[in-house]
Ligand binder design. Structure first.
Ligand SMILES: *Cc1c(COP(=O)(O)O)cnc(C)c1O
Length: 378
């Protein structure tokens, strides 16, 4: 008997898959002469920012991207020496970021002024990426303020307070092939670049997310910022060999036989049509199984897909096994690589009308343990 304790909810992260995916993506970027930034915000899209960062660097990424300065500093403190860009904070003190050699984003003149002030206090030049809003209307500098931002940046650079590393922007619809906004944003990006050049700046450029990295080499510029694809989820219909890195699994806790006519779980939304065997699996919406998947999901158990019946509860789901009797402790795969037609995070997302980003990132929760597999030499 295997005496190892079976975890009730476990995200198995295949670092080899991340390394493989990054090698594929950075290979495409390199064909355009671009470097690759591995985006590890949201604790590495739920996979764990630090192990993902190491695997991505082993796979050929040379930059890391985190949303907040805190995320960037955590990687630095953990010994990561690669370039790290951070892009969104509320009036943070940029000093520690400058001291830790983090590349910082300025989305406004106000933000740049704060970076410059922090650089003066620190006595070191801050590395700055100027972000232009080309149509996403989220963060990024509005066009009307851009000439001023570039002028301020050129001025601060002239007295050594900052290095202007790059200008950058972000696509709204790169995952919708041929969407008219893609060309429109690229055009605004070109115009923003001209303004920066006229201000005397010689910045690098970066614009592409995963979707644009896979489908629009003309927008690779100097650096691509890949997120979702390096976790093995393809945002566009290409046949690139991306391998989902996260497998969400649990195990059978209880098996019982019920008679035809018995109903399962809250609300009794499912009733057995014939005598059947039910397997109880101790994961639920507290572990990242959306309740909206009730009656609309399968798991992989003992070599085949089997339906989850009745409502998804906070801590439990019930699988209809027909006349098959699984062993207590038998592995239950909720989603993973999609081997043999097994469920994927994408399938969950499609079923409930969201994106796989939300599914995998949502696995970052206290009750789900993470286990890393796949050899990665840092
Ligand atoms: C999240 C993010 C990315 C990565 O996007 P994917 O679609 O996951 O590749 C790139 N750039 C910025 C600014 C982001 O916020």
């Amino acid at each position: 008997m295997n005496q190892a304790r079976v975890p009730r909810a476990e995200a198995v992260i295949d670092l080899g898959a991340i390394r493989h995916n990054v090698a594929l993506l950075s290979g495409k970027a390199a064909e355009s002469g671009a470097a690759t930034m591995a985006v590890v915000k949201g604790d590495g899209y739920g996979h764990g920012a630090l192990p993902v960062a190491k695997a991505a660097l082993a796979g050929g990424a040379t930059w890391l991207g985190g949303c907040s300065l805190d995320e960037a500093l955590a990687l630095r403190r953990a010994g990561i020496t690669a370039r790290i860009l951070s892009w969104l904070d509320i009036d943070v003190d940029f000093g520690p970021g400058i001291e830790a050699d983090i590349d910082l984003t300025a989305s406004s003149r106000r933000e740049l002024a704060r970076i410059v002030a922090a650089a003066r206090v620190t006595g070191r030049a801050a590395r700055v990426h100027l972000k232009i809003d080309t149509g996403l209307c989220r963060n990024g500098c509005p066009e009307y303020e851009w000439p001023g931002l570039c002028a301020d940046a050129a001025d601060a650079a002239s007295f050594g307070a900052i290095d202007v590393v790059a200008i950058w922007s972000h696509f709204a619809c790169a995952d919708e092939l041929g969407h008219s906004s893609i060309a429109a944003q690229a055009k605004r990006f070109d115009e923003a670049y001209e303004v920066a050049r006229e201000a005397g700046l010689h910045p690098l450029r970066h614009l592409a997310n995963s979707a644009a990295t896979l489908t629009r080499p003309e927008f690779h510029f100097d650096l691509v910022r890949t997120g979702i694809a390096m976790y093995g989820c393809n945002p566009v219909p290409t046949d690139d060999d991306l391998v989902p890195a996260m497998t969400f699994r649990s195990a059978v806790a209880l098996v019982k036989r019920v008679k035809a006519g018995e109903s399962v779980s809250y609300g009794q939304i499912w009733t057995a049509e014939r005598d059947t065997t039910l397997a109880l699996v101790p994961v639920g919406y507290a572990d990242g199984v959306p309740r909206t998947l009730s009656g609309r999901m399968d798991v992989w158990l003992d070599g085949q897909r089997r339906p989850v019946v009745g409502r998804v509860c906070m801590d439990q789901i019930v699988v209809d096994c027909g006349d098959h009797e699984p062993a207590i402790g038998a592995e239950v795969e909720l989603f993973g690589t999609g081997h043999d037609g097994a469920p994927t995070a994408r399938e969950w997302a499609d079923t409930i009308g969201t994106i796989d980003y939300e599914i995998i990132t949502g696995m970052y929760r206290p009750r789900v343990t993470r286990r890393y597999v796949g050899e990665v030499t840092p």
